[in-house]
Design a protein around this ligand. Sequence first.
Ligand SMILES: O=c1[nH]c(=O)c2[nH]c(=O)[nH]c2[nH]1
Length: 320
Amino acid sequence: MTANSRNGRPAAGRPTLLGQNQYGKAENRVVKITRDGDTHHIKDLNVSVSLSGDMEDVHYSGSNANCLPTDTTKNTVYAFAKEYGIESAEQFGIHLARHFVDSQEPIHRARIRIEEYAWDRIGTSDSNSKFIGADEVQHSFVRRGQEVRTAQITYDGEKWQVFSGLKDLTVMNSTNSEFWGYVKDRYTTLKEAYDRILATQVTGVWRHNWTSDDQRMPNWERSYEKAKQHMLDAFVETYSLSLQQTLYQMGARVINGRSEIDEIRFSLPNKHHFLVDLEPFGLKNDNEVYFAADRPYGLIEATILRDGAEPQIPVDMTNL
Ligand SMILES: O=c1[nH]c(=O)c2[nH]c(=O)[nH]c2[nH]1
């Protein structure tokens, strides 16, 4: 019987052979928070496992006797984050690759690919902030890489409308976020959270009240930097009971701190980080190892206005 004549059916045409093959779970998003007292450290990795070895049967006959499930390779990534920690991508990859090859006879080769996303501590302009330890915020992070600054200018020969904004400003608080006391109906399964990660990728658009050449023009560069810093300060300092509350605080801080801005609109995806259940592996997950889900995500959007100001920022400007 040739390899592809399963069920006794003769192979059509020429016999075929299995060539190079590999398998595993790709893109395991693991976030490890190490809590050193009030100072937290993040490791944020995207880990792809690819195994190869004696895998003829699983392809030819469907026998899974040599096949370690890809689901197990995923679990191993999360369990190892707890058991060995994540010192570096290389160290973590070496542990994993050695484990798969040494513990599973049919597996002869393991390839672990890792992307690491760097986070910096958020600097705050508020030197009295109670969250600053040694000049740095202890549990608030911004993902490395510059945000994209945006602007839209409209002129009808008489009046100006100037919107400024930003997108792709990704921030995280590794504590000081809760979510509970919400409506529960027969479809609600979400567990109340009393200490969760709060992370979002900020898109914001704000409107300047400079509308005519007769007015003094704002210093646009300075205005942008200050508005951004107000948002970050509010993100850091708000003890959050919901992303909605944090959003409002961010907007209110900009409006209160910048007299040239009358309106600001945010679109904030709730970048969910789910605690991984490590109990089946005999491990306790003490708010350390998270699965960073990319979709679906909550999407929280709102405009904050100076009292008496007319809303002018289109609803769809922040979710392009
Ligand atoms: O901050 C949050 N706001 C919500 O409206 C919501 N809904 C949800 O499931 N989780 C969260 N978190």
